[in-house]
Design a protein around this ligand. Structure first.
Ligand code: SF4
Length: 327
């Protein structure tokens, strides 16, 4: 078991594989021959992720440039047609999307970033035109729908939502958790490994959903009474469901206070005041989360408390991503 006290990076750049809409990487695959390069993706995330780039519309042979398409009909089961000519693409994109999702399952992805608003790649609030020609903003792109249904536990996010600091942090935390979960499974599942996984993620889960953290703890404690397949599926379902909900400032404060309870007896009165002040400043939106977290790491280096020192909550992703730095 490695500890943050050893300051040893656990994840080497490039080990994490993330699927992505090709146009977000700057590839000129859009209907108009252009791209939609996203600077955060190509300048920041690119240092940590290996991309698996997919353009569904190019892969079904629509060519570039091409006629723009849109979704029409019922938002539950829309058709995809050419905007001007009405050319039907529905069967082709649906068949492709199911087959492509099966192929992607074999590539051991840890996350997926989709282009928003696209009739193929958009995940939320994609326009679907009704028979009267009125657009409703409540559809999903046909590839995005097949992907999210075929791989329901894969962290998937839209590029536009990555501009929101909370959603961005939540997505990246889920990607790193999924990577660790896949490592646990691919290295040969044992209950001992599940106990360690849960133990190290305990406060991270708590920062999203305290009830789920307790339920998962019970599940792990009773792990031997379940068939292995059922245990893996149950834990995975509940864990990734729990952390899908973004954390809040109050939940972080609750976690920080809990963590402090584990080692406050070893702190001097002055140190305790310093930690409580940092937590209070974070609660009052005066400093970002990284401030109390850095102070906790500092004291844990001095105190060497293994259980707390090994918590992913204090070290959820590479510091270069600076995800805890927003106030
Ligand atoms: S949004 Fe999807 S289908 Fe459209 S250009 Fe980008 S990758 Fe291709």
């Amino acid at each position: 078991m490695t500890s943050i006290n050893e300051e040893e990076p656990e994840i080497v750049k490039g080990q994490i594989r993330v699927g992505i809409s090709s146009c977000l990487l700057g590839k000129k695959v859009r209907y108009n021959g252009g791209h939609k390069e996203n600077d955060y993706i190509t300048n920041v995330l690119d240092d940590f992720f290996t991309w698996v780039s997919v353009c569904p519309e190019v892969e079904i042979g629509m060519g570039t440039p091409r006629e723009a398409v849109r979704l029409v009909g019922s938002p539950d089961q829309p058709r995809m047609v050419g905007t001007n000519t009405g050319t039907e693409w529905t069967d082709k994109i649906n068949t492709y999307s199911i087959a492509k999702t099966e192929k992607l399952k074999t590539l051991n992805l840890h996350g997926y970033i989709l282009k928003n608003r696209s009739p193929s790649c958009g995940l939320f609030r994609v326009k679907v035109y009704t028979e009267t020609g009125m657009p409703l903003n409540n559809g999903a792109g046909l590839f995005a729908r097949a992907l999210s249904e075929g791989m329901p536990y894969l962290p998937i996010e839209e590029e536009g939502r990555l501009n929101d600091a909370r959603l961005r942090e939540n997505f990246i935390i889920r990607v790193f958790c999924y990577y660790r979960w896949q490592e646990l499974i691919s290295s040969g599942f044992t209950i001992r490994k599940l106990v360690e996984f849960h133990s190290r993620h305990k406060f991270l889960i708590m920062s999203h959903n305290e009830t789920a953290m307790r339920e998962l703890g019970k599940l792990v404690a009773q792990g031997k009474s379940y068939p292995e397949f059922e245990l893996i599926q149950n834990y995975r379902d509940r864990f990734f469901n729990a952390i899908k909900r973004p954390s809040t400032r109050n939940r972080h404060v609750n976690v920080l206070q809990h963590i402090m309870g584990f080692f406050k007896s070893k702190l001097s009165p002055q140190d305790k005041i310093e930690l409580l002040t940092a937590i209070g400043d974070y609660q009052n939106e005066l400093v970002p989360l990284i401030v109390p977290i850095t102070l906790f790491r500092h004291y844990l280096r001095l105190i060497k408390h293994d259980y707390i020192g090994n918590q992913y909550y204090l070290n959820p992703h590479p510091k270069e991503l600076m995800l805890l730095n927003h106030v």
